[in-house]
Design a protein around this ligand. Structure first.
Ligand SMILES: *[C@@H]1O[C@H](CO)[C@@H](O)[C@H](O)[C@H]1NC(C)=O
Ligand SMILES: *[C@@H]1O[C@H](CO)[C@@H](O)[C@H](O)[C@H]1NC(C)=O
Ligand SMILES: *[C@@H]1O[C@H](CO)[C@@H](O)[C@H](O)[C@H]1NC(C)=O
Ligand SMILES: *[C@@H]1O[C@H](CO)[C@@H](O)[C@H](O)[C@H]1NC(C)=O
Ligand SMILES: *[C@@H]1O[C@H](CO)[C@@H](O)[C@H](O)[C@H]1NC(C)=O
Length: 459
């Protein structure tokens, strides 16, 4: 597979993507638009939603003819993965319980009787690898005026699926660049790996802030979810216990069964067909499931948690350093050994790519003020249509682009932010054009993060 350092373009992965076995069936991931199958429910799977391109209704995502991109940073989540080990155990317990206790099954649930849970844990699925490979192609294409001349500087948080996502992305980028320029990319430096864990400072994965990890703010997300789960699963619990008498299905079992719909979708290399678990629940029930998952992120890592946005400060300060070409000024989660060294934190590059997790990305978006002025999400009833929707913000292989534009008629360079191709409204800075603010205004707007926010409340 892919090896950092020396690169042979068009290696194995290309065969995987274009291979006959996959081409024969319908491939649901596409380079431009991401996942485009079963839209009625596939966009209601919270963080298990496969990446799809969002409509940009606020401002056009296109790069205007009057502008040139001078800088681009992508912050990406890893691609689709198997359930985490803990989630997998919970799912298996639910399945085992049903099979042990069920007296009978309805027609729609009959398949559960002989169902065998065999998914792996934690790592990317083949579909997830393809998502990331396609993401690298897309990044090259969007920024090709820069990408033809240079390669992105790459960092990844240390979990294997995140590193693997970075290498798939890089391979996609390289293959597309080689194809378009005719010049094989011969070397590519290995990524900077940032260790995960409470003893480490890591801007791509939270862990070092004690009150947030283990203290008074550590259960806000799961508490909000528990409140809402008791309500939205109520009718489903009753129905399933009629369909499968004896099984004694609980609210938690419902959540586990629902998750098997996305999980068994993304183990198909094509992302198709949908497994039978998807048929046991209605579109509306999946919308509520998505809301349930959204609550976990909002109160766990986002604006609903007093220390959620603080977990994103370190990355924001790194971003400011890269945008302005000045050294990192941060006393939160940055690793000064890494960020003080030009080999591991070079300034003056035009392309950067960082690989991370959904939770930390939610914190980064929050530290960037992207949700300022939105009302808190209700824990009692679903608030569909709220700007904070996890399926849109941090699906598998989701990505934020921060781009700097040099535009005719603008003295200063402009900055704007796109999440999954949607131009985000920047709160607290003066929009010039294209959904962008001047670089000066943009940095000014981020003063909460520049001043360290409320990181001091971590202890
Ligand atoms: C379930 O799958 C595992 C792994 O593939 C296999 O070893 C086992 O025999 C299967 N069990 C049943 C009941 O089919
Ligand atoms: C900072 O990064 C270096 C290099 O990876 C590592 O050895 C060190 O343990 C890290 N320190 C912290 C506090 O994260
Ligand atoms: C059903 O499950 C609950 C726990 O979720 C347990 O307290 C209860 O005893 C179970 N009822 C039966 C009939 O097994
Ligand atoms: C890690 O972060 C803490 C808190 O900001 C800081 O005091 C410490 O110097 C940092 N360590 C490194 C290696 O950056
Ligand atoms: C770094 O940030 C702190 C807090 O905002 C500020 O007081 C200090 O002047 C900054 N240092 C530099 C060198 O910009």
């Amino acid at each position: 597979m892919f090896i950092w350092g020396l690169i042979t373009p068009m290696v194995l992965l290309t065969e995987l993507v274009t291979g006959r076995a996959i081409n024969k069936r319908r491939a649901c991931d596409s380079i431009d638009n991401g996942y485009h199958c079963h839209e009625d429910i596939s966009r209601s799977w919270g963080p298990y939603t496969p990446y799809f391109s969002l409509e940009s209704d606020y401002r056009s995502a296109k790069i205007d003819k009057k502008c040139k991109v001078t800088f681009a940073q992508v912050l990406s989540r890893h691609g689709a993965r198997y359930p985490t080990e803990g989630a997998g155990k919970g799912i298996k317990t639910t399945v085992d319980k049903i099979q042990a206790q069920a007296i009978s099954y309805s027609k729609k649930t009959a398949f559960i009787k002989a169902f065998n849970y065999t998914l792996g844990a934690d790592e990317l699925t083949t579909f997830g690898e393809i998502e990331m490979y396609n993401s690298g192609i897309k990044f090259y294409r969007r920024y090709k005026s820069l990408a033809n001349k240079c390669n992105p500087f790459i960092r990844a948080s240390s979990q294997q699926r995140v590193i693997d996502s970075g290498s798939q992305f890089t391979q996609g980028f390289i293959d597309e660049k080689t194809k378009k320029t005719g010049n094989p990319v011969s070397t590519f430096p290995p990524p900077v790996i940032i260790y995960e864990g409470e003893e480490f400072n890591n801007t791509l994965d939270h862990g070092a802030c004690r009150e947030f990890e283990d203290g008074k703010y550590s259960n806000l997300g799961s508490d909000a979810q528990a409140t809402y789960a008791a309500k939205f699963t109520n009718r489903i619990v009753k129905r399933l216990n009629m369909d499968i008498p004896g099984a004694n299905i609980s609210s938690g079992d419902v959540i586990n069964l629902m998750s098997l719909c996305p999980y068994y979708t993304v183990v198909e290399p094509t992302g198709d067909p949908l497994p039978k678990f998807c048929d046991i629940f209605s579109d509306e029930e999946f919308k509520n499931y998505n809301y349930y998952l959204t609550l976990g992120k909002y109160y766990g890592y986002g604006p609903g948690n007093p220390l959620g946005p603080a977990q994103g400060i370190g990355f924001v300060n790194e971003l400011i350093a890269r945008l302005t070409g000045s050294t990192v000024n941060d006393s939160t989660s940055t690793n000064t050994t890494l960020d003080g060294n030009p080999a591991t934190f070079p300034l003056g590059r035009k392309l950067y790519a960082d690989f991370s997790h959904d939770n930390s990305m939610v914190s980064v978006f929050s530290a960037l003020n992207l949700f300022e002025g939105t009302h808190d999400l209700s824990k009692d009833h679903s608030g569909h249509g709220h700007k904070f929707n996890v399926a849109e913000l941090v699906p598998f292989a989701s990505r934020m682009y921060v781009e700097k534009l040099k535009c005719e008629g603008e003295k200063e360079e402009l900055v704007r932010i796109l999440i999954n191709d949607r131009v985000m409204e920047l709160k607290g800075c003066d929009e010039k054009k294209y959904g962008a603010c001047s670089i000066g205004d943009f940095v000014e707007m981020l003063k909460w993060a520049r001043n360290g926010g409320n990181w001091n409340e971590c202890w």
